[in-house]
Design a protein around this ligand. Structure first.
Ligand code: ARG
Length: 471
């Protein structure tokens, strides 16, 4: 079709009132085909469901219905083969498909749009797309969880320093640290599952905004498209974008989790920490400093979080001032969602790759676990338990021991029994035993604590849940 003909075809779709074509700049700001072509499969699926419903309700003849369904299959095949002639004159995916359908099957194509509008059409297509994106993201997060669980299992008893304020606080296990992320990702997945439930209602048949005078069956189209039910209010049906916002807000929270883990990888791989090592597969060298091994993938996962948060913010702001029902502003809902989905796909895959790739430097972690008097709480706890000392006084005793060790430039475990007894006469050799990092972590058996037995239980419980969790 020539460009002039396409312009004519587009105005033919808006109706006879439009004699002239749009100004070039109008076309540029108005056309969404460059990005909404990603909805083609959902658009055709939605049109087929609508067409079948029209035939069942005797709004369309079976002959027209068959021609439309066959024509839509041809359009789908053309798009998938890369031979479909996308056109900006035809504005968006809906008009591109319909116009091609008319070229293929003639007048019957014009009957497909009976009892619907692009407003409910796009809302339907987009819901179907976001639903698929949720399912894809959930599967990717399950993969990441498995990678974290493998690490947690392998390092359930590997001691490392636990931090608060990024200051060495108390020894923990590497497995316990990995399991903290398993918890976060688990909540991310449950947010997605939850968003999916609310998303899964069909706007199709809301028509432009008010419903339709044709005897449609919205329950049928809802079921055809795998929705739980039709949306109850036609105005809401065409103007709601909560599903996109919920998807992006769940994504943004998840991206924040990935970013925190990425930040830890950046710190842990530094020459000052050396807690873990990433292979050449996930690092780059420096063109000038030969000793460097830069954790670029982790840095970029951290950086990309900004986009996802920005995408959520962008759509929240688009929506905040819109009166009911549809406004063209809502066409700008797609790019943020596509970007968030693409970014999350990449970030989750990169993080999964890094978790599988990394080597844990257990010796470095062990040495760091005991540095900085991290077992000071253990000696205070011992005084409470064995000497029945009030915790506040025990804290004071431990503090004095730390000060002495610090002054002498040694670790707590290097103080002699006599030196310790000079501070607190009740201290015995048994007290000195609690100062090792292994006994410290082994003693933290409270529910949710870092003791290796608790970590192994947590891994087993998470694995059981993972096996049984619905997508
Ligand atoms: N391309 C449009 C969008 O994405 C489709 C709906 C157009 N509706 C309208 N009334 N102009 O929002």
């Amino acid at each position: 079709m020539s460009d002039n003909n396409k312009t004519a075809a587009a105005s033919a779709m808006w109706g006879g009132r439009f004699a002239g074509g749009p100004a070039a700049i109008m076309q540029r700001i108005n056309a969404s085909i460059d990005f909404d072509k990603r909805l083609y499969a959902q658009d055709i699926r939605g049109s087929k469901a609508h067409c079948r419903m029209l035939v069942r309700q005797a709004i369309l003849t079976p002959e027209d219905g068959d021609a439309i369904l066959a024509g839509l299959d041809t359009v789908l095949a053309e798009i998938e083969a890369g031979s479909f002639p996308f056109s900006a004159e035809l504005e968006d995916i809906h008009m591109n498909v319909e116009s091609r359908l008319a070229e293929l099957i003639g007048e019957a194509a014009g009957r497909l749009h009976t009892a619907r509008s692009r407003n409910d059409q796009v809302a339907t297509d987009f819901r179907l797309w976001v639903r698929d994106a949720i399912d894809g993201m959930d599967a990717a997060l399950k993969d990441l969880t498995e990678a974290l669980l493998d690490r947690a299992d392998q390092h359930a008893a590997t001691v490392m320093p636990g931090f608060t304020h990024l200051q060495a606080a108390q020894p923990v296990t590497f497995g316990h640290h990995m399991m903290a992320y398993v918890e976060m990702i688990g909540r991310d997945r449950s947010r997605l599952t939850d968003a999916r439930k609310r998303l899964n209602e069909s706007p199709l048949g809301s028509a432009a905004l008010a419903g339709t005078s044709f005897p449609t069956d919205r329950h049928f189209t809802a079921a055809e498209l795998g929705f739980d039910r039709p949306m109850r209010n036609s105005l809401d049906g065409v103007s709601d974008r909560d599903f996109a916002l919920e998807f992006m807000s769940a994504s943004a929270i998840c991206a924040v989790h990935l970013s925190r883990l990425a930040e830890e990888l950046v710190i842990w791989t530094s020459a000052q920490f050396r807690f873990v090592r990433l292979s050449d597969g996930f690092t780059t060298g420096s063109s000038i400093m030969p000793q460097k091994r830069n954790p670029d993938a982790a840095e970029l996962v951290r950086a990309k979080t900004g986009r996802v948060i920005g995408d959520l913010t962008a759509l929240l702001i688009v929506m905040k001032g819109l009166p009911l029902a549809y406004s063209k502003d809502m066409q700008d809902d797609k790019e943020p969602v596509f970007e968030a989905a693409d970014t999350m796909e990449l970030a989750i895959a990169a993080m999964t790759g890094m978790i599988r790739d990394l080597t844990v430097n257990t010796d470095v972690l062990r040495a760091a676990a005991g540095a900085g008097f991290t077992t000071a709480t253990d000696i205070a706890d011992w005084c409470v338990r064995a000497l029945r000392m009030p915790f506040r006084r025990a804290h004071h005793v431990a503090g004095s021991l730390v000060k002495l060790a610090e002054d002498k430039g040694v670790g707590l475990e290097d103080l002699s029994l006599a030196e310790m007894q000079a501070i607190e006469p009740g201290i015995t050799d048994e007290a000195r035993a609690v100062l090792t990092v292994d006994s410290s972590v082994a003693s933290r058996t409270s529910f949710g604590g870092t003791a290796p037995i608790r970590v192994r239980e947590a891994v087993a419980a998470a694995r059981a849940l993972l096996g049984g969790q619905a997508p």
